[in-house]
Design a protein. Structure first.
Length: 293
């Protein structure tokens, strides 16, 4: 893999909603030398051939990543993609399937809908006690919800079946750490903006998704912390002047979250050539996944 100081980093604020084109947001960044440059932040429905509906939006996202991969291969640099979504579940509810790709194949083959996926998770979880099973990395990174939670299961399902699976099947994608990173593939990592803020900037961990003046101020404070290096030991620069207002004015926080996903990977590669989890390593991450924050 290329060095951590020369990579294309794409942060993806993910969604599994039917009209996810208005929620999925991508931040394309260049990590070079001592700075991370935010090249563009784009809503998924504005990608070529995309739209509001999930069945046209998600293929457009994959095409965008393929195009970035082609450029990265030509320029001999890595492509890291930080996704604000799990692509795995706890071992207690994966049906004992190993390796992780076996679980992924099972979900794609046997669960045509996210509701079917959640039903299986609930059935397996019923034998685990009263608490909803969480992955080891969820506990360590203090993520807000388990991947199969009522608020998250659609997001998890579509990240696994409509992002990870197609890229792996085309032999142009890998999901780290369950699979090895690869120089000439789209390297997918799970990231969590909330966990990043909790661990690196507790004073900024305030509600920032909403239409109130306080929500807008919170988004502005987080963005300013990125630009002055508070959340990353290298400066973040916005290549397009209009990006600042776009991020601050986005009441859903999707644009900001996409940048924070990219920042998660840059922070995890601050002293190493590849992003490495900053939570203590556990071999179970090879099956359950890991949160890079």
């Amino acid at each position: 893999m290329g060095t951590g100081r020369h990579a294309t980093v794409v942060g993806v604020d993910w969604s599994g909603s039917k009209t996810c084109g208005k929620a999925v947001c991508l931040a394309e960044c260049e990590l070079r030398d001592e700075c991370m440059h935010v090249v563009q932040v784009v809503q998924a429905h504005r990608l070529p051939g995309s739209g509001w509906e999930r069945n046209v939006c998600l293929p457009a996202v994959r095409r965008f990543l393929r195009e970035k991969l082609d450029t990265c291969v030509e320029d001999r640099r890595s492509l890291w993609v930080g996704v604000d979504s799990a692509m795995s579940v706890a071992m207690e509810i994966n049906g004992g399937r190993k390796p992780w790709k076996a679980w992924l194949g099972h979900v794609k083959k046997n669960h045509p809908t996210p509701e079917s996926f959640r039903e299986e998770c609930a059935s397996l979880a019923s034998t685990c006690g009263p608490k909803e099973p969480k992955r080891r990395c969820d506990a360590m990174a203090r993520t807000p919800f388990a991947p199969q939670n009522l608020r998250m299961y659609r997001q998890t399902y579509y990240a696994a079946t409509e992002l990870a699976w197609p890229l792996i099947q085309e032999e142009i994608g890998t999901v780290v750490p369950m699979m090895d990173p690869c120089e000439d593939k789209v390297n997918l990592f799970e990231c969590c903006p909330a966990s990043l803020l909790k661990s690196q900037a507790k004073s900024l961990y305030k509600p920032y998704k909403g239409t109130s003046a306080s929500h807008r101020t919170a988004r502005q404070h987080i963005l300013d912390a990125l630009l002055n290096g508070q959340l990353l030991h290298v400066p973040v620069e916005l290549r397009a002047s209009e990006t600042r207002s776009m991020v601050i004015d986005d009441t859903g926080g999707d644009a900001l979250d996409s940048i924070l996903c990219a920042v998660c990977l840059a922070a995890c590669a601050s002293t190493t050539p590849l992003p490495r989890p900053r939570i203590p390593w556990d071999p179970i991450y090879l099956e359950e996944g890991c949160v890079y924050c």
